[in-house]
Design a protein around this ligand. Structure first.
Ligand SMILES: [Zn+2]
Length: 498
């Protein structure tokens, strides 16, 4: 077979995979937004059928042989990287015996059900045996790979290619040494949350604010859509179709604002990928950390800054009755309020990474044998007390708060903090080319989007995070930018020393 024929075959299979993925994404979007509940059983059954077909295509002996073959060929740089990515993923799954795979899938399904009830009953003991089994099974599944690194190192690499445990250790140790004591200086000031944050804002007014923001962020309705769902998310269908959802809370209106900005950050990333990559794996194979770096750059670095709001705030204030007596400065102070809370997803920007740090330290301990599931709920609570100065009243708000472990997602969590840290490094680089504050004040969000497109977005998932960081910022991941950013911003806001 000539190389042209092989590449043609590869293109055809890639498009077929993309077609199935598009169908599944559409079903997913539909069921999370507008689909009626009673149709769920049939929809899920059909979706599982499609997912099974997709799995068969991706793991067919012919496709695997084609990838192994192309891996040895000399190809253009982008295609070579794409083949390497696909092969890397295949190498993780191809040696796992089917019965082990099925057992693991069954375990995660059971564990999710058990976790849900355990969380509602605050009952760690009920979840404990499942957690133990999940860790054992994860080790077993990973053991079939031809990779000799310790299990947790491999898991970390699965979720963020090229980032190592050593990188995370440096990162989290820096947070522990610099951000934990800094946070306690702010907490000691005992600043109460501004009352206007929980004022009632009718959903109609919140929808109008969303319109103002969409305009401002240059989120094109011609290639996007805003839906509603229990938990906000974004969905990528193609370069010209990237949708987001929000959820409106009448007594917590800033929640919908920042969820929207966050999700539009994700959508803009996918929407600015080079059109030539459409229908290929690399169009959407960005890492979790990379994707989160774009959404959190939007949400926090830009969205919670004064210059972001200075131009549009008068319009927002006119729209939202509850803001009639809230000045721009008060608004900025309020949206950056810091409080030590128990739940990660509700955390402010400053305390957010500390929630991740707790779980990272525990995961690391579970996999290197220094921690065991026995008494782990107490370890969790102790760490919250140490870092955040607050102890969960029960395990439902403590160790059982997140679904991730029950799905076997170990090593995933640290990427949440990593994304925020990358975004500080991107901002630093962007500032060298662009007067970001001036652009925002002049209602020129397009220049920001253009910079992101040219330096980051257009590449899709072609490069590993460290490769792109090095090319754009001149160095690989350096957590100092994030620590400096947090300290500079919050010392200014709360008048405390760095
Ligand atoms: Zn996100």
């Amino acid at each position: 077979m000539t190389i042209e024929t092989k590449l043609q075959q590869f293109k055809e299979v890639s498009e077929k995979i993309s077609a199935y993925s598009l169908a599944l994404t559409t079903l997913n979007w539909d069921s999370s937004t507008i689909a009626p509940k009673k149709g769920a059983a049939y929809r899920n059954k059909m979706a599982a059928l499609l997912a099974g077909e997709l799995f068969s295509i991706e793991n067919s002996p012919e496709f695997i042989a084609l990838i192994d073959d192309l891996f040895t060929e000399t190809l253009d740089d982008v295609t070579m990287r794409e083949i390497r990515q696909i092969k890397r993923n295949l190498d993780k799954s191809r040696y796992i015996p089917k019965d082990v795979f099925v057992e693991y899938a069954q375990l995660t399904r059971d564990a999710e059900n058990v976790w849900e009830t355990a969380r509602d009953n605050h009952d760690y003991e009920a979840f404990k045996p499942y957690l133990k089994k999940l860790i054992e099974m994860t080790k077993k599944v990973v053991s079939y790979r031809k990779d000799t690194r310790p299990v947790y190192h491999q898991l970390i690499d699965d979720f963020e290619i090229g980032i190592t445990i050593e990188d995370y250790d440096v990162f989290f140790n820096k947070l522990k040494a610099e951000i934990v004591p800094f946070l306690h200086k702010i907490i000691d000031k005992k600043i109460t949350e501004p009352a206007w944050l929980s004022r009632n804002v009718p959903i109609e007014q919140q929808r109008e604010v969303v319109e103002i923001l969409m305009d401002y962020l240059n989120y094109d309705k011609g290639s996007g859509y805003i839906g509603e769902s229990a938990h906000p998310f974004s969905s990528h269908f193609s370069v010209h179709d990237n949708r987001v959802t929000v959820r409106y809370h009448e007594d917590m209106f800033t929640s919908s604002i920042f969820a929207l900005i966050h999700e539009v950050g994700h959508a803009t990333y996918n929407g600015q990928v080079d059109e030539a990559y459409q229908g290929r794996a690399i169009a959407d194979s960005m890492t979790y950390g990379m994707h989160e770096s774009q959404s959190r750059l939007y949400e926090n670095m830009l969205g919670r800054s004064r210059s972001f709001w200075s131009g549009i705030y008068p319009k927002v204030q006119q729209t939202v009755d509850a803001l009639h007596d809230v000045s721009l400065d008060d608004f900025i102070q309020g949206i950056n309020h810091v409080a030590c809370s128990l739940i990660r997803i509700e955390a402010d920007e400053l305390t957010y990474p500390l929630h991740i740090m707790v779980r990272y330290e525990i995961e690391q301990g579970l996999f290197n044998g220094t921690l065991d599931v026995e008494g782990l709920d107490q370890v969790w609570s102790d760490k919250y007390e140490e870092y955040l100065g607050i102890r969960p009243p029960h395990n439902g708000l403590g160790i059982l708060q997140d679904i991730h472990w029950s799905g076997g997602a170990f090593g995933y969590f640290p990427t949440y903090a990593l994304g925020s840290a990358y975004s500080a490094q991107w901002m630093n680089a962007m500032r060298k080319d662009l007067d970001v504050e001036k652009c925002l004040e002049n209602n020129d969000f397009k220049s920001v989007n253009d910079w992101l497109k040219n330096h980051i977005h257009r590449h899709g998932g072609v490069y590993k995070p460290n490769e792109l960081l090095l090319a754009v910022t001149g160095e690989t991941f350096n957590p100092q930018y994030y620590v400096d950013y947090l300290k500079e911003k919050y010392s200014r806001l709360f008048d405390v020393s760095e």
